[in-house]
Design a binder for this molecule. Sequence first.
Ligand code: NAD
Ligand code: DAU
Length: 340
Amino acid sequence: MRLLITGGCGFIGTNFIYLMKERHPDWTLFNLDKLTYAGNRKNLLQLEQDADSGYTFIHGDICDKDFVTSVLHDYKIDAVVNFAAESHVDRSINDPAPFLTTNTLGAQNMMECARNAGIEKFVHVSTDEVYGTLGPDDPAFSEKNPLEPNSPYSASKAGADLMARAYFETYKFPVSITRCSNNYGPYQFPEKLIPLMFIKANADESLPIYGDGSNIRDWIYVDDHCTGVELTLLKGQPGKAYNFGGAAEKTNLELVKELLKILGKDESLITYVKDRPGHDMRYAMDYSLAEKELGFTPAVAFDEGIRKTVEWYKENSDWLEEVRSGAYREFMDQWYGERK
Ligand code: NAD
Ligand code: DAU
């Protein structure tokens, strides 16, 4: 298979490319990435520098119709996985426009170009956040739940999900959607909760918890999400959405305390800061459809995944230092300056 992956220089895309190379050495992989602040070409340099790896990096924007059309044609692409996105909720609160541009219009552009090119299979990578929020006793999100996004990020992702639905219903375009809960693992950009708290705890700096820390997220090790995307690519039905989760619901406070324990740091580092506006209370996933139709099951328990993740960050302090460049610091200073 000649597979085009968009956003492969980000967190999940990088892990997906390494995993697919391991599991399907015969696949030829193409990674189209704009290299925003969150994209790091060096993540995959070892594949890029190996002439026999069957991996090609292509620098560009998923919103550019002529460019995407020529990529699909020139590289004779069979199938597409669309990971490319602006992914950080806090940034979407500060400035929604780039989220709408890439996450909604860019996804639509990818589908339009792929439809014109006669692509056999298109997987659009979405998120559990399109469902909105759950109360403490609500059943987990199922694919039947209405889309009720609450942040500019989740609204921009829901826009693409609805467009995917329309492309299937109108054109019979072979698109399947994946919706997953919070990922963690190697290469996650350190604006997200786990790597951010790792950096701060290691430096004995205070750990900023939004509100009272009672918001709940379901955590999935990134390889398990990648397996879900792989299964959707291979077996997912066109026109269907599939939920994926890690069966590991935790309050933010519980998670941060576990992390401090692993790092041997004191809980007194925790500080409570001004909450994120529109902060969703709880996410939980019913992934029984993916179990039944795709044979999905999360393989990595949270205790094991978080230890592997901490080890990776300890061994890759250079990576952490490098990605925290000017643009990173600018946003972080402003956002956390306002939360005091
Ligand atoms: P990320 O922010 O780490 O990486 C995004 C990548 O997309 C970067 O390499 C960036 O350069 C690239 N990109 C951004 N705009 C682009 C554009 N216009 N054209 C081409 N490339 C562009 O994101 P991530 O955490 O790896 O998330 C990947 C996907 O998975 C996203 O669609 C996200 O919505 C979804 N998702 C993420 C999570 C999570 O917990 N991180 C959970 C569920 C779903
Ligand atoms: O649920 C899937 C989503 O998970 C993905 O679609 C998004 O791309 C991804 O960014 C993630 O969104 P969250 O907003 O849940 O992730 P984040 O790491 O930003 O925050 C996790 C929780 O931790 C959330 O309840 C907010 C809280 N938090 C986060 C940060 C950065 C804090 O309390 N303090 C912080 O400094």
